[in-house]
Design a protein around this ligand. Structure first.
Ligand code: ADP
Ligand code: MG
Length: 693
């Protein structure tokens, strides 16, 4: 690998490149747009475009593309060559300001939830100067927003940018009372990405992995994750080679890749960048997922990003570490040395607590997908109940404030190793709690519910907007108060009192907590179908409308798109399961049983009796009969999917009927896997998939 500092950002039109290549005035004007959010000066677009084109061509580009994030959850790109014909039959390479600022892709084939009829196909992409252009596969990629002809948002970036503006605006209103007037308040995210790596060759042999990204069949292997020997374990050479190439590719793209390690489950790993603004972190996380998949192929591997590739084994999440700060570097969630006296911190902490309690349903639905439903509440994943972990120190501070006296403020203290030659270790003031869905971790909140394959845009749109709403209400009160400083502390304490039901420092994975949460009246929305309708509730419509993040129509159509996605995902899984069961599993079981039966007959013909073999053949036959019954049942269920315009009705059918029938079919097949000879089993087993590298 060449010098990392040289490599880093070499494929990005970043500030250093801009500064070197743009006229001073142009650079200054663009920098103002990037840093302070001032509108882009249209006069500079041509100059910037030309500099970008020259740089891109010098770096081997032939094409450019507006790179956008439609509602599919993955990115979209349509490449145009820089060529322009000349009169003499040759070409010149051109890229105008207009090409940079605006694109016009056909929008008809992207999900819009009926927002736009197919004949009204026009869509526009608009340059987002706050996220740098980059080079991928000889194309200059320009991060853009995606809107319809009538101005409705068709993507995930635009509302994210709107939510960032909303939280900035409301946070600034509050900060004014603390004598601070930053030009912008920014929300930051560091997303930890979990994934599985398996053999590419073995994956190709399983239709479920190829078509749905997760296994629909598979008995538990003899060794699961019970030994905890994979977590932070030594990284195998092949995996390490893969990780090095991922680092290199992402560093070139300016992604701040920092941490890599093995995760708890066999074949599971994690990669995490250094945090950046929610907008850039979202773009970078999309690139990370793309690069993980691409690079895996170079090493004979396949990267699984699905939330639950293997039943009975940990799923993959994407921990969303979120904070807010001023653009001059102050973290507004940093408690400082004396949190109980740090009113500004207490107010911002209170704003988050209030937001999470009041909008728990919406936070829950931001992580609702068919894949994540299998993960939440199972094998070391947070439950579907949203709660906040604050840790001992902050909880003590809050309890003292609520009771009206000063707290003792627990100190971190020194850790005794008992070995003189080891350095003195100063402890953090709080331990970690890995079972909480929304944990305070020192100067940020770690939201652990998001699924590994999700775009983090939707999640952060929700966090930004609900916290903006709390801050807005707090600012309203402060603006009315005679003595805002005293009022600020009172407001915070009042919020701690009102919303203490959302605080839970215990074991979030335990059954007792689920019961306790119900007693506290916290919502427990177990599935996507239970959660999504809240997006369309009056409370939600009002929230997003007030902060200019989504219009009512946009919220409603988005709900329908997500419900449709859920039904589509399950539809594909159902058909895949039926195919595998009918065309692969059943024939294998019959063939194996027949081979035993034939053996028994041959033996009997020469007078050998084999009563135990007979019993085994009988058992196999009855298991196979059961398999056939379960196939027929799923087939029947698949023929009865309601043909309704009502997306909720259809999704509910998939949730209640289809999943139940799929679960029964899986159980029948998995039981057979344990008794059918390996050489007859038609595809790689969990042991093959999880332990072959
Ligand atoms: P963990 O020990 O929780 O697994 P990691 O080091 O894997 O921690 O990831 C922590 C993530 O939190 C990193 O992406 C890191 O950059 C991010 N992070 C750190 N400080 C902040 C902050 N103030 N705001 C947002 N994210 C942060
Ligand atoms: Mg981590």
């Amino acid at each position: 690998m060449s010098n990392v500092a040289e490599l880093f950002g070499s494929k990005v039109f970043n500030l250093a490149t801009m500064k070197a290549r743009l006229p001073k005035e142009t650079y200054k004007s663009l920098l103002k747009t990037i840093n302070d959010g001032t509108p882009l000066d249209p006069d500079i677009a041509d100059v910037v475009a030309n500099a970008m084109k020259d740089w891109a061509i010098e770096n081997g580009c032939t094409h450019y593309t507006h790179w956008f994030q439609p509602m599919t959850g993955v990115t979209a790109e349509k490449h145009d060559a820089f060529i322009q014909p000349t009169d003499d039959g040759n070409v010149i390479l051109e890229f105008s300001g207009k090409n940079l600022v605006m694109g016009e892709p056909d929008a008809s084939s992207f999900p819009s939830g009926g927002l736009r009829a197919t004949f009204e196909a026009r869509g526009y992409t608009a340059w987002d100067p706050t996220s740098f252009a980059f080079i991928k596969d000889n194309s200059l990629c320009i991060p853009t927003s995606f809107l319809s002809y009538t101005g409705e948002v068709l993507d995930k970036k635009t509302p994210l940018l709107r939510s960032m503006e909303a939280i900035s605006k409301e946070a600034k209103r509050v900060l004014k009372f603390f004598g601070k007037e930053p030009s912008k308040v920014v929300s930051y995210v560091g997303p930890e990405q979990e994934y599985f790596l398996i053999s590419k060759e073995l994956r190709a042999k399983r239709k479920d992995l190829v078509l749905t990204g997760r296994t629909l069949f598979g008995a538990m292997p003899a060794k699961g994750q019970e030994l905890d020997d994979h977590y932070f374990g030594q990284i195998k050479e092949k995996i390490s080679g893969f990780m090095k190439e991922v680092d290199e590719e992402l560093w070139k793209l300016g992604v701040f890749n920092k941490t890599k390690h093995n995760e708890v489950a066999p074949a599971q790993h994690e990669v995490a960048p250094i945090y950046s603004t929610t907008n850039i972190a979202t773009d970078h996380n999309q690139l990370t997922m793309e690069i993980l998949k691409k690079v895996a192929g170079h090493h004979g591997l396949s990267c699984l990003l699905n939330e639950k590739p293997f039943e009975g084994i940990n799923g993959s999440g994407k921990h969303n570490n979120w904070s807010i700060g001023t653009n001059d570097g102050e973290n507004l969630l940093s408690p400082g040395k004396h949190p109980s006296e740090n009113t500004q911190f207490l107010v911002f902490l209170a704003a988050v607590i209030k937001a999470v309690d009041e909008y728990a349903e919406i936070l829950r639905l931001s992580v609702a997908t068919a894949g994540n439903d299998h993960r939440l509440g199972a094998n070391e994943a947070p439950p579907a109940v949203v709660s906040i972990y604050l840790g001992d120190q902050l909880t003590e501070v809050i309890e003292s404030l609520k009771a009206g006296h000063d707290s003792s403020e627990k100190k971190g203290g020194v850790l005794e190793t008992g070995v003189d030659s080891l350095p003195i270790l100063y402890k953090d003031t709080t331990d970690r709690n890995r079972t909480s869905p929304f944990a305070f971790t020192g100067n940020r909140f770690e939201f652990r519910m998001p699924g590994s394959s999700q775009s983090i845009a939707g999640i952060n749109i929700v966090i930004n907007t609900i916290v903006a709403e709390s801050l807005s209400q707090i600012a309203d009160e402060l603006e009315k108060a005679d003595d805002p400083m005293t009022a600020a502390k009172e407001i915070a304490i009042d919020i701690f009192k009102k919303h203490d039901r959302i605080i839970f420092n215990g074991n979030g994975y335990s059954d007792e907590w689920i019961e306790e949460a119900a007693r506290r009246g916290l919502p427990n929305l177990k599935t996507t179908v239970d959660a999504l309708p809240y997006f369309k509730s009056e409370k939600s419509l009002k929230l997003f409308e007030k902060h200019g993040v989504f219009t009512r129509v946009e919220t409603e159509t988005r709900t329908d798109i997500m419900l449709e996605d859920y039904s589509k995902a399950l539809h594909i899984e159902m058909l895949t399961m039926l195919q595998m069961a009918k065309q692969e599993i059943l024939p294998a079981c019959v063939k194996y049983t027949n081979s035993i039966v034939k053996g028994i007959k041959d033996k009997e013909s020469i007078g050998i009796s084999a009563p135990n073999e007979k019993a085994k053949a009988q058992m196999l036959t009855s298991y196979t009969e059961d398999l056939i019954a379960k196939i027929d049942n799923l087939e029947k269920i698949s023929n009865n999917v309601p043909e309704s315009e009502d997306v909720l009705e259809v999704a509910t059918y998939y949730k209640d009927e289809v999943i139940a029938a799929m679960t029964e079919l899986r159980a029948a097949a998995d039981l057979l896997e344990t008794v059918v000879a390996k050489e007859y089993w038609p595809f790689p087993t969990y042991t093959d998939l999880l332990y072959s590298i």
